[in-house]
Design a protein around this ligand. Structure first.
Ligand code: ADP
Length: 497
């Protein structure tokens, strides 16, 4: 039995019992489900029950005329194929029926094979029709799904609280969301198409987005985030990633913008608070420190024996520690508010470094350490900056080298030109730093705690100050270190600013 035939039901409408029964038998053997009717009106009623795909229709029947039956069938369901059964005498009628939309005709009397051929042909047509309809349905569904997927993604992008912008490889903007337009004060209806820098006039950010769009970054971890101010008191942070195609080729960049104004304001308030508190603490502490020094000096020998001899000295040491912590906090606040390096002067870097090294040599000698300054053969061009900033940078780095190097160790300060920059390496053969802490030592208050550093006093503010000052001079600082071998802090400073 043909499985497809099962799904195709045939209705035979003929007043001749022999034709009805004969056709039914033949078609059932072919696997068709067959219904029969002796009259036109009976056939139409059977059709109403549904499921019929092919009608074999005698044109000459008592009661309702075959042509009329055909018209009504077509009205009911134009997909039904009507094959008219005609006697030789009514060939014209058959032709007329074909003109009216009959699918085929079969002359009476017919051989079983004739019936098979005609019905099978109709069946082929029906299956084809069904297949086409199914394909069309599938196509519509896929399109509808795609449309839905697209509009869903679009809706999500449009509802995001953060700004989103997408560029192509040329760096032209191809998509923005309303939050982006709101953040940068654009009319939400602004069409994409222009270059990134036409939307946000920040050279550094435009360059970063251009580089990402061009696929410059292979490792996404290397892509820096970018903070910028749009207006007075409006700060944003931009983060970009490349958009990759199926073969991992770069198709452009997607950039998100987040408003960090509140965070910035909070940060500034915190800096101001620290500055204020430190400032308020500094003068009373300094007074206490000086008074302790005076008391220690003036106290009579016999009196000294009555009190614990270390008590006052320890109190004096502690106040000194607090005074330098407060000094560090004030330095940090000044760096953060940008009010450092305000008095640039022209000076010779070699001379400044020589005086710092000379000043700290006493500390190194006390620990039986050697300290060497190596200057380039050719003198460097003069340097223009706030000398206090450079004293703080190299004073901190060399003091650290002395503190975190064992007795008898050696410290070197190497100065060398490097293109438009000068490079100063502060190198020691001391304790070194475990690689897992290297990323942290520039954070405020961070101190590496181990058996060797435990007894060394410090605040964890030295390196953040150094980093802040180097940044404000538009330089950079890097560190290389190996535990028990030593560390090298390298500072690169531009000669021309
Ligand atoms: P502090 O020296 O007051 O602790 P810093 O910010 O100057 O604070 O340094 C942070 C930490 O980095 C130190 O506690 C120390 O563990 C480590 N460190 C800094 N310089 C060196 C160095 N030259 N060798 C080894 N460790 C160092």
């Amino acid at each position: 039995m043909n499985v497809d035939n099962e799904a195709v039901q045939v209705l035979v409408i003929d007043d001749e019992l022999g034709i009805r029964e004969g056709s039914e038998r033949i078609l059932q053997r072919m696997g068709y489900a067959v219904r029969t009717a002796a009259r036109g009106d009976e056939g139409l009623r059977s059709l109403e029950a549904g499921g019929i795909a092919i009608v074999l229709l005698d044109l000459k029947m008592p009661g309702m005329d075959g042509m009329e039956v055909m018209r009504r069938i077509q009205q009911q369901d134009p997909q039904i194929l009507v094959i008219v059964i005609t006697g030789f005498a009514t060939v014209e009628t058959a032709i007329e029926a074909m003109k009216q939309g009959a699918y085929d005709f079969i002359p009476k009397p017919f051989e079983p094979d004739q019936l098979r051929i005609v019905v099978n042909r109709a069946r082929e047509k029906i299956l084809l029709q069904r297949e086409t309809a199914k394909l069309e349905r599938d196509r519509r569904r896929t399109l509808a799904d795609l449309d839905m997927e697209k509009s869903r993604t679009r809706t999500i992008i449009e509802s995001l609280p953060n700004g989103v912008l997408v560029t192509n490889t040329e760096g032209r903007v191809v998509l923005t969301n309303p939050a982006f337009c709101r953040q940068i004060g654009l009319d939400p209806g602004t069409c994409p198409g222009a270059f990134f820098r036409d939307y946000i006039a920040d050279e550094g950010l435009a360059r970063l987005v251009h580089d990402i769009s061009r696929g410059k970054y292979v490792d996404f971890e290397d892509i820096p985030s970018y903070e910028f101010a749009l207006a007075e008191d409006k700060y944003l942070i931009a983060k970009g990633r490349p958009v990759l195609g199926e073969r991992m080729e770069c198709l452009g960049a997607v950039v998100t913008l987040e408003d960090i104004t509140a965070m910035k304001v909070l940060d500034r308030l915190k800096t101001e608070f620290v500055a204020k508190v430190s400032h308020e603490l500094r003068s009373p502490l300094s007074t206490i420190h000086e008074q302790l020094a005076m008391v220690l000096k003036e106290i009579a020998q016999e009196e000294r024996e009555k009190i614990d001899p270390h008590l006052l000295s320890r109190a004096k040491e502690k106040t000194q520690g607090l005074i330098s912590t407060i000094g560090d906090l004030l330095d940090l606040s000044r760096i953060e508010t940008g009010s450092v390096c305000e008095e640039p002067r022209e000076f010779r870097l070699e001379e400044l470094l020589a005086s710092i090294v000379d000043f700290l040599r006493a500390q190194a000698t006390a620990r039986r350490q050697t300290i060497t300054l190596r200057l380039p053969a050719e003198p460097l061009p003069t340097f223009t900056a706030d000398p206090l900033a450079l004293e703080s940078i190299f004073g901190n780095l060399i003091t650290n080298a002395i503190n975190y190097t064992q007795e008898g160790g050696s410290i070197e300060v190497l100065v060398a030109p490097a293109g438009d920059n000068v490079r100063v390496d502060v190198k020691d053969n001391g304790f070194g730093i475990d690689p897992k802490y290297l990323g942290k030592i520039f954070e405020r208050f961070y101190r590496v705690k181990n058996d060797r550093t435990r007894l060394i006093t410090g605040t964890g503010l030295g390196l953040p100050i150094v980093k802040g000052l180097v940044d404000s001079l538009r330089g950079s600082i890097a560190v290389e270190s190996e535990p028990n071998k030593g560390s090298t802090f390298s500072v690169l400073l531009p000669l021309k600013r």
